[in-house]
Design a protein around this ligand. Structure first.
Ligand SMILES: C[S@@+](CC[C@H](N)C(=O)[O-])C[C@H]1O[C@@H](n2cnc3c(N)ncnc32)[C@H](O)[C@@H]1O
Length: 283
């Protein structure tokens, strides 16, 4: 799929970028088209920090799932907007620590479903479903969710690097909290999204990404905080993900593609743009 001449699977667009494939390339993934790589290169020219912050988000995923599994006692996870599989996906981190952990992956992109099914063919306690995370009721009723998730026990719901795909007109508060509202106390919500401390620069980013056909809203950190009134952030709260319980040693990500290697380290030059988030607990 790395050659734009390779035909796309039926029904999957290869003439417009998709978030899953473009984001996967930033993480060193191979399942993308020329249109996705062109889109990323154009974005990085304007927002060079995009490479670093994407990778910081994925490193946060590992630390957050470790925390949820080992310290919060979570044994069941729903990963919304899970993206294309790479190294250390949620089920691999969780089941590596607690073999009986159960995971449902959810993504709107059919490519994610195809790859996820191949990866999970032999795993009875992990599945991937193709759904729009805005359709929370449909997800709750899905047979795989009902089979693997017991809402009378604490659930870990993850919305990682997807908050920006929930602009205000998509009712983000409802989308983010529906499952938590129906789940046992002690359930956790893990969240991240791209923020910009300068609202004007953030609005420009929103405009550019939306123009490429991807629903998007860059928020300020204060706008994100307002989405979570009533939930308890666990230490250190909602922060730049690079500062969320950093570990000296954690498994590395696949290497950065050579074509965009010049952007490595660029987040240091624009500290106003970063992935912001953390872990919140339902009391
Ligand atoms: C930036 S990637 C994040 C992947 C992964 N969560 C991570 O943190 O590494 C965003 C993912 O959200 C998915 N997505 C975007 N909008 C969605 C929606 N409305 N419902 C479900 N998935 C969605 C995209 O297809 C993509 O795979």
């Amino acid at each position: 799929m790395t050659d734009s001449k390779v035909p796309s699977p039926a029904g999957i667009p290869d003439d417009v970028p998709t978030s899953a494939r473009a984001y996967g390339w930033l993480l060193g993934g191979k399942d993308n088209y020329e249109v996705d790589r062109r889109f990323i290169k154009a974005q990085l020219e304007h927002f060079p920090a995009g490479l670093d912050i994407t990778r910081q988000n994925r490193l946060f995923l590992y630390r957050a799932v470790r925390h949820l599994t080992l310290e919060a006692g979570i044994r069941q996870f729903i990963d919304m907007g899970c993206g294309l599989p790479t190294d250390n996906n949620v089920h691999q981190v969780a089941q590596g620590l607690v073999p009986d952990a159960r995971v449902v992956y959810v993504d709107i992109d059919p490519v994610v479903l195809a790859h996820g099914r191949a990866l999970l063919a032999d795993n009875a306690t992990t599945t991937v479903i193709n759904a729009d995370m805005r359709d929370q009721e449909e997800i709750l009723e899905h047979e795989d969710v009902r089979r693997l998730i017991d809402f009378d026990e604490p659930v870990g719901v993850l919305f990682l690097s997807v908050g920006h795909h929930l602009p205000d007109e998509f009712e983000p508060r409802r989308v983010l909290t529906t499952i938590l509202d129906r789940s046992a106390p002690g359930s956790h919500l893990t969240f991240s999204q791209v923020v910009c401390e300068d609202p004007e620069e953030g609005a420009l980013m929103t405009e550019r990404v939306t123009a490429a056909g991807i629903p998007w809203q860059t928020r300020t950190p204060a706008e994100v905080d307002r989405l979570f009134d009533g939930l308890e952030p666990v230490e250190p709260g909602l922060v730049n993900l690079a500062e969320w319980r950093p570990m000296d040693l954690q498994p590395p990500l696949p290497p950065v593609p050579a074509e965009i290697a010049q952007y490595e380290g660029a987040s240091k030059t624009n500290p106003k743009v970063y992935e912001y988030g953390g872990v919140l607990r339902k009391p």
